[in-house]
Design a protein around this ligand. Structure first.
Ligand code: NAD
Ligand code: TYD
Length: 358
């Protein structure tokens, strides 16, 4: 039975990944979720597996070297899937320190612990794999409508968030190059789906629309992101963990480029389509909620990623059309109002006031 160490498993992508693992492998795997539960970590995401004896949660901060080493001492880990990170660009502009300590030093602790546990006199114990979950943002920004990021595109991060992720990627690369460490790095585009914290574009706009609150669109709203349904991403990570040769880097993209304003408009229209005629919230919902606000500092214009390599080598393709994925996502938020209520209590209100002043 394979044992996975999933870091950041209480976050958005990590929890979707754990749910996918159990859906795919049933109880033929064991999953250890190591997460320190920042504002972005929520164990409610995992309530469907929490009573499964093959699922184990450790409240661990990956910056705590000893705590990370202890997990490797206690368990024979076969797969490390490293999601834990500070993940929001706007927060990194206000407070970069947490991004360096978690994303860079936390990653260093993890690769050191895995290397120590897995290395033998002449290499590594067979079948071990570390996957670094990175982002297309490490490639910087495409300044017009043409071209894609490829795995060979030079790293050129602009925000403190993407700089910290690029630094972590380079540390992992250095361990592959120096020590032959059995790692892969995946760089994916913007994910969306259930359990995403409402600081990111799609859940924030869904939440605000349902509450009849203004929809803060940065700058002109013309910036482009390439959107990937989170379950499609989970499938790609699993393929990389199982099938990819050590040392390889893969871009994972949705071939789903959209301007921000298109997304916000589609969210309003889809919510109006899904809400029953008698639902009182409909009255407060219209395109008039769209409010252009001051642009993000250093706002990257366009991200678009070529998934040609993962398609050619591992046979992965995004399966979910954006309109379908967005509809499923909105339905999930409509069906789970208590999830949103819980995560928007307390700290979220303070963050929102500070960030948007409205
Ligand atoms: P998230 O913010 O929803 O979750 C991050 C998780 O990491 C949380 O559960 C948090 O508690 C945990 N965490 C943070 N600091 C920690 C620490 N020091 N020790 C232990 N746990 C800690 O993030 P997400 O959107 O799920 O992103 C997961 C990964 O995917 C990140 O590495 C991110 O850079 C990458 N990524 C995300 C996207 C996206 O669109 N969301 C796109 C590309 C790449
Ligand atoms: P975000 O979800 O923060 O992801 P990232 O910056 O990592 O791509 O933002 C996606 C896009 O939406 C980005 O161009 C910024 C924009 N945006 C807004 O216009 N308003 C908002 O309130 C937020 C959170 C984002």
């Amino acid at each position: 039975m394979k044992t996975y160490l999933v870091t950041g498993g209480a976050g958005f992508i990590g929890s979707n990944f754990i749910l996918y693992l159990f859906e795919k492998y049933g109880n033929n795997i064991r999953v250890i979720n190591a997460d320190c539960l920042t504002y972005a970590g929520n164990l409610e995401n995992l309530k469907d597996v929490e009573s499964n004896p093959n699922y184990i949660f450790f409240k661990v901060d990956i910056r705590d070297r000893q705590a990370v080493n202890n997990i490797f001492q206690e368990y024979d880990i076969d797969r490390v899937i490293h999601f834990a990170a500070e993940s929001h660009v706007d927060r990194s502009i206000k407070n970069p320190e947490a991004f360096v300590s978690t994303n860079v030093l936390g990653t260093l602790n993890l690769i050191n612990a895995a290397k120590m546990a897995w290395e033998t006199q002449d290499g590594y114990r067979p079948g071990k794999k570390y996957v670094q979950i990175s982002t297309d943002e490490v490639y910087g920004s495409l300044e017009d409508e043409h071209g894609y990021f490829h795995e060979t595109t030079p790293l050129d991060p602009h925000s403190p968030y993407s700089a910290s992720k690029a630094s972590a990627d380079l540390l992992v690369k250095s361990y592959v190059d120096t020590f032959g460490f059995p790692a892969n790095t995946t760089r994916c585009s913007n994910n969306y789906g259930p359990y995403q914290f409402p600081e990111k574009l799609i859940p924030l706009m869904i939440n605000n629309t349902l509450s009849g609150k203004r929809l803060p669109v940065y700058g002109t709203g013309k910036n482009v992101r390439d959107w990937l349904y989170v379950k499609d991403h989970a499938k790609a990570i699993d393929l990389v963990a199982e099938k990819a040769a050590a040392g390889e880097v893969y871009n994972i993209g949705g071939h789903n480029e959209k301007r921000n304003i298109e997304i916000v408009t589609l969210i309003i229209d889809t919510i109006l389509d899904l809400l029953p005629e008698q639902d009182a919230r409909r009255k407060g919902i219209s395109h008039d909620l769209i409010t252009y606000v001051e642009d993000r500092k250093g706002h990257d214009y366009r991200y678009a990623i070529s998934p040609d390599k993962i398609k050619a080598e591992l046979g992965w393709e995004p399966e979910t059309m954006f309109a379908d994925g967005l509809r499923m996502t909105i339905k999930w938020y409509l069906d789970n109002p208590e999830w949103m209520e819980h995560v928007t209590r307390g700290d979220y209100q303070n963050y929102y006031k500070q960030m948007y002043g409205m």
